[in-house]
Design a protein around this ligand. Structure first.
Ligand SMILES: Cc1ncc(COP(=O)(O)O)c(C=O)c1O
Length: 404
């Protein structure tokens, strides 16, 4: 293999035409933001049929907005969140000034430990956040039943869920509130961006409370810069260059401080609308690539694949797998990185120092989440993988999966 060839861990569907649409929207004067936002809202309404939509600067902002909107019902809000997740979930709790009770994640399914969700509700959680990690849909039926019994609200974090469905409905539509991300590397991107969707009275009230608190949109020059860099540098022949620059933190999981709540940028809306159909096609490709890799992974004793419900259709933003310690070490090495293989999030949220004061039960065991931090590894599934890349990934799986 070409020593410079370096696959990206994720790829968002983009095109020069979409970039141009974004540029045009950013340069337009009269009503450009209203027009671009209306396009995205119409697409969201068609797919998700929400009661209300709020476009935000990021998925983190959408989740923060959900928590802020719910807060007036309950002073000093306590939120149940997964102990293993993207660190941005912790950022949103911090941004909303809430406190967190963590619940463990089952490493076989990446779904919530229901006993711990129930315990968090008993201890006073007024909202439960459930995330579909890597686009593997979680069945929310029992979480919803537990939340209703406790008078709490379910927020479905579908930031990683582009193209994923549960019981034939898109993820993001199953709770009182749904969170979407159009961030860099997501299944649908505007460079940055997000949306909060409401599906019932309580969700809609929370969303309307926060609507007026969002700062005015920016035109989106940063988003256009990010998209241009991505279009140029994510080619496997070039990606080795940015990937080798430590200050870009590419592929690293870092805790980000909360930012003021803001509505989505004009360019970002225009790009999301322009790539909507491309994103649907890309999700099909991700599923097909994941199925191919799963065939190989299931044969190797060093890997345990994540179980999904028969009614789930994963979107596989990446393909998560539990590895032997031996394979997990290999996943951190340069050869694996060049194939786009990555370790999962390195720490459970209970160990995240900047989040320590917000977290009410950080000394609990969280065995599943600790196991995931030590042993989860993810494979790329995106449409830029060619036959040689897929064959390379299959070879890597055979080489490192032989022993448990
Ligand atoms: C589960 C989850 N929630 C929220 C977010 C935040 O989304 P954004 O990057 O758009 O702020 C992410 C981002 O990766 C995520 O993975």
């Amino acid at each position: 293999m070409n020593a410079w060839r370096h696959q990206t861990p994720v790829h968002s569907p983009l095109s020069p035409a979409a970039l141009l649409q974004g540029l045009r929207a950013a340069l337009s004067r009269n009503g450009a933001h209203r027009h671009a936002a209306a396009q995205v809202e119409a697409l969201l309404e068609e797919r998700y049929a929400p009661r209300a939509v709020l476009l935000t600067e990021s998925g983190t902002a959408a989740l923060t907005a959900a928590l802020v909107g719910l807060q007036r019902d309950h002073e000093a809000q306590v939120v149940a969140i997964p102990a293993y997740s993207c660190y941005d979930v912790a950022t949103a709790v911090e941004g909303a000034g809430a406190r967190a009770l963590l619940y463990d994640i089952d490493p076989r399914t990446l779904g919530p430990d229901l006993v711990q969700v129930e315990a968090a509700l008993r201890r006073g959680a007024t909202a439960v956040v459930v995330a579909h990690l890597y686009g593997c849909p979680v069945d929310l039926t029992t979480v919803k039943r537990l939340a209703v019994a406790a008078g709490a609200v379910v927020i479905e974090d579908a930031a990683q869920g582009a193209g994923a469905t549960m019981s034939a409905r898109p993820v993001g539509t199953h709770g009182s509130l749904g969170v979407l991300s159009f961030g860099r590397g997501k299944g649908l991107t505007g460079g940055r961006g997000g949306a909060l969707l409401a599906f019932d009275d309580r969700g809609a009230r929370a969303l309307e409370r926060v609507r007026g608190m969002l700062a005015e949109p920016r035109r989106g020059w940063t988003e256009l810069g990010l998209i241009s860099a991505q279009l140029l540098l994510e080619r496997p022949a070039l990606y080795g260059l940015p990937a080798s620059l430590p200050f870009l933190h590419l592929g690293e999981t870092i805790y980000r401080e909360p930012r003021p709540l803001r509505t989505s940028a004009t360019a970002s809306c225009a790009i999301v609308a322009a790539t909507w159909r491309l994103a649907d096609r890309e999700a099909e490709v991700r599923r097909a690539n994941a199925e191919r890799l799963l065939l190989e992974l299931r044969q190797q004793p060093g890997f345990a694949v994540i179980e999904t419900s028969p009614t789930a259709r994963p979107g596989y933003l990446r393909l998560p797998v539990i590895t032997s310690p031996h394979a997990r070490r290999a996943a951190t090495q340069a050869a694996a990185r060049r194939l786009g293989v990555m370790p999962g999030y390195p720490q459970p949220l209970c160990d995240l120092q900047p989040f320590a004061t917000r977290c009410l039960n950080r000394n609990d065991a969280f065995r599943g989440s600790r196991l995931l931090a030590e042993r989860l590894c993810t494979f790329p599934t995106h449409g830029r993988l060619d036959a040689g890349d897929l064959a390379g990934l299959e070879r890597w799986i055979r080489e490192w999966g032989r022993s448990q």
